[in-house]
Design a protein around this ligand. Structure first.
Ligand SMILES: *[C@@H]1O[C@H](CO)[C@@H](O)[C@H](O)[C@H]1NC(C)=O
Ligand SMILES: *[C@@H]1O[C@H](CO)[C@@H](O)[C@H](O)[C@H]1NC(C)=O
Ligand SMILES: *[C@@H]1O[C@H](CO)[C@@H](O)[C@H](O)[C@H]1NC(C)=O
Ligand SMILES: *[C@@H]1O[C@H](CO)[C@@H](O)[C@H](O)[C@H]1NC(C)=O
Ligand SMILES: *[C@@H]1O[C@H](CO)[C@@H](O)[C@H](O)[C@H]1NC(C)=O
Ligand SMILES: *[C@@H]1O[C@H](CO)[C@@H](O)[C@H](O)[C@H]1NC(C)=O
Ligand SMILES: *[C@@H]1O[C@H](CO)[C@@H](O)[C@H](O)[C@H]1NC(C)=O
Ligand SMILES: *[C@@H]1O[C@H](CO)[C@@H](O)[C@H](O)[C@H]1NC(C)=O
Ligand SMILES: *[C@@H]1O[C@H](CO)[C@@H](O)[C@H](O)[C@H]1NC(C)=O
Length: 637
């Protein structure tokens, strides 16, 4: 359906196509949502914008992604043949990388084209996973690149937070790679599955979308479909049947009524062809699926056979894996006439690896125009917004290395939570909260920052053995759930905030081997008594907590100095007097001695005494200093 590009100016083609779409599609139906749908098409890895030669669609340059490198595509995209680049994410970019694109809230068809080049994966097919809005939707297992439907994967998702987030999760087998992402708005109430399956609770992953009896496969845009349908891809079923099988194709050029009847907005073309059978013949389609999942099945009918003009002339049943979906379908009766579209939907649980749709005649023969099968993927609940904010700020403040990732939602998909982040789900709030951070031994150089106070469920923080600088934020005393705080072996300076004493649940406080100074707040005094583990060793400037009272010590030192000076003075005076006396004696004995010798000796002695005192103190308080380095609970329960 995509012929050779014209030599006309692409912009002109684009304008013409847009104008044509407006003329053709505004007229025949009343859309439930006015105006043009929002759409954004991203040419991954490309730094220029371009227009698709046949559809006139604008493809934006690569934007709103985290990490990654760009490479060249070796296969041609069917959707946009002018695209020739990809984006791929190496492990050094982190295990989670995302596109985050601002869009108005609403329902979207999100389609990706997966392909790989040579530079990105040395020609080997990578295996990885893809999530949409934090919910795991695609697993690209070995062999995906040989299955056309897996290459052009699409899903329907409601965007509720103002941005469409698509994340690529590395499984360690090659670099995740993507060639294009289309985010195309559809009607909010399209694909309403009834009250048992509220559509905002699910992401609908397209398993199969078939236009029965169609000559060839095509996209909505090539079928002159309403753009509110999201440019869906309709595969022909003609390749499924062996020549000579008991099926035939029925087509019409007549107009179909209600083909675009919101919320069911479909291309007219899918109703203008049908696969039919001979009398008494069943018709079956067998579709490979993931077992033990619910599937939403959408069936499209329109009576296009001129001979069938009234009810009861064609009646059949539809079942899925033997379970009846629609026991009695009479197209003319249910649609209200011939050449009129009828859309039926039902949800079915499939236990095995295939879903077989069977149409069985009750009167007359079978006629099927189109069908769609979607896997219902239950959406994961997001992480609480304030917790996300806090971690994003920490990522900045701590200057986390790219290899840690920390992109997308911290807790979901659950199987791809951020490195070092532990989460707990709180059902009453319907959100995930961070209850543990383990970033020990990561070579982190930044600062802790105040934002940690927003982690109101944080129980354990271990950032030992890094190169953290700056102070321990006062705000940490407001994280009242903390039971373990290990900031040992860093380069933290400043004093220990007194607010730590407010943490009544704190069991382990390890601040040893930093450059902390000043007095240990007296609020920590009760800490070992209530059974906590406290280690403050190897902070040269630290003092207090009844072990070595900094103020008293310096006071004592002053006293010592005063005593020493006074003592020295006395010694000097005494010595001088003695000396004088002796000199007098010596003069008397006709001998001379240097005048300043006694003074010099006294001063030397004094300096040595002070040094000695310092050494004694230093030895007494340096590692290991069991007197106040309690690494075993005093009061274990
Ligand atoms: C992609 O192809 C262009 C020219 O076609 C070339 O200049 C560029 O270096 C290639 N990029 C990579 C990553 O191979
Ligand atoms: C994505 O990029 C576009 C263009 O650079 C920008 O206008 C838009 O605000 C960005 N959206 C987000 C969510 O960052
Ligand atoms: C799909 O079927 C359910 C009932 O099973 C119905 O409530 C809903 O309106 C149908 N959706 C559409 C779009 O026709
Ligand atoms: C179908 O409807 C259009 C107007 O919507 C009309 O121009 C055209 O002639 C109709 N085609 C047939 C075969 O009736
Ligand atoms: C399928 O839907 C039923 C409700 O009809 C629900 O009870 C069941 O948990 C769903 N199964 C899965 C795997 O989602
Ligand atoms: C996506 O971008 C928006 C706007 O820039 C931002 O508020 C939001 O946190 C981002 N979401 C993710 C998952 O990164
Ligand atoms: C923090 O991590 C370090 C290094 O992995 C480990 O030795 C230490 O036991 C952890 N601290 C706590 C309180 O578990
Ligand atoms: C911590 O709590 C105290 C008292 O509730 C409050 O005054 C202070 O602003 C809080 N600090 C931060 C950083 O939230
Ligand atoms: C802590 O160290 C930083 C340099 O890493 C310095 O700028 C700051 O003044 C120090 N703060 C204190 C209280 O010593």
């Amino acid at each position: 359906m995509y012929g050779a590009g014209t030599t006309m100016d692409r912009v002109w083609v684009g304008a013409l196509v847009v104008a044509a779409l407006v003329c053709v599609f505004q007229a025949p139906f009343t859309a439930a949502q006015s105006g043009a749908p929002f759409d954004v098409r991203i040419a991954c890895g490309s730094n220029t914008e371009s227009y698709a030669p046949d559809t006139g669609h604008l493809w934006s340059r690569d934007m709103n992604y985290t990490g990654g490198s760009s490479g060249n595509l070796t296969t041609i995209s069917r959707i946009a043949p002018q695209l020739n680049t990809i984006r791929y994410f190496e492990l050094s970019d982190g295990p989670e990388n995302c596109y985050n694109v601002s869009v108005p809230n609403g329902q979207y068809l999100i389609r990706m084209y997966f392909s790989f080049g040579d530079k990105d994966n040395s020609g080997r097919e990578p295996e990885f996973e893809v999530s949409i809005e934090g919910t795991l939707v695609y697993t690209l297992n070995r062999g995906w690149s040989t299955v056309v439907d897996d290459e052009y994967a699409d899903s329907l998702a409601h965007i509720l937070d103002g941005a469409a987030t698509v994340c690529f999760h590395s499984s360690g087998h090659g670099n995740p790679v993507v060639a294009s992402i289309e985010i195309l708005q559809v009607l909010d109430n399209a694909y309403d599955m009834g009250t048992s399956f509220p559509s905002t609770n699910f992401i609908l992953r397209t398993v199969k979308r078939v236009s029965a009896g169609a000559e060839k496969s095509g996209y909505g845009s090539s079928l002159q479909a309403d753009p509110w349908g999201g440019d869906r891809y309709w595969a022909t079923d003609q390749t499924l049947f062996t020549p000579g099988s008991a099926v035939s194709v029925q087509t019409t050029v007549s107009n179909i009524t209600k083909y675009s009847n919101p919320p069911n907005v479909y291309p007219q073309a899918i109703y203008q062809s049908a696969t039919t059978t001979g009398p008494t013949n069943k018709l079956s389609y067998t579709i490979p699926v993931t077992p033990n999942q619910n599937y939403s099945v959408w069936l499209h009918f329109a009576e296009i056979e001129p001979d069938i003009t009234g009810p009861n002339m064609r009646v059949f049943s539809v079942s899925a894996n033997g379970q009846p979906l629609f026991p009695v379908v009479d197209i003319v009766k249910m649609a209200g006439g011939s050449l009129t579209a009828l859309v039926l939907n039902a949800t079915v649980l499939v236990e095995g690896r295939t879903l077989t749709l069977t149409f069985e005649p009750l009167a007359g023969t079978i006629s099927v125009n189109a069908f769609e099968v979607y896997q219902l993927i239950t959406r994961e609940q997001p992480t609480s917004a304030d917790n996300v904010w806090a971690l994003q700020r920490m990522k900045q403040n701590l200057e986390l290395p790219a290899r840690l990732g920390w992109n997308g939602d911290p807790c979901i998909p659950q199987v791809h939570a951020w490195y070092g982040v532990n989460c707990e789900f709180e059902a009453t709030v319907g959100a995930w909260f961070i209850n543990g951070l383990g970033l020990d031994y990561q070579g982190i150089r930044g600062q802790l920052g105040d934002s940690i106070v927003a982690l109101q469920r944080l129980q354990s923080l271990n950032m030992s053995n890094n190169l953290l600088t700056g102070v321990i934020p006062d705000a940490i005393g407001n994280v009242s759930t903390l039971t373990t705080l290990d900031l040992s072996y860093n380069r933290l300076n400043g004093s220990i905030p007194a607010s730590l004493g407010q943490l009544s649940k704190l069991q382990e406080l390890l601040l040893n081997d930093n450059q902390l100074t000043g007095e240990v707040p007296s609020s920590l005094g009760s800490f070992p008594i209530r059974g906590g583990m406290l280690n403050l060793a190897n902070n040269d400037g630290l003092c207090g907590l009844g072990l070595r009272s900094c103020n008293n010590m310096s006071h004592g030192m002053k006293t010592g100095i005063v005593f020493a000076i006074v003592g020295g003075f006395i010694i000097l005076v005494l010595g001088g007097y003695l000396c004088w006396k002796r000199r007098m004696n010596m003069i008397r004995g006709a001998q001379r001695l240097p005048r300043d010798a006694p003074y010099a000796k006294a001063r030397t002695t004094f300096v040595r005494d002070v040094q000695l005192a310092r050494n004694v103190l230093a030895n007494h308080f340096s590692r290991p200093a069991p007197s106040y380095t309690d690494t075993t609970p005093l009061n274990p329960h």
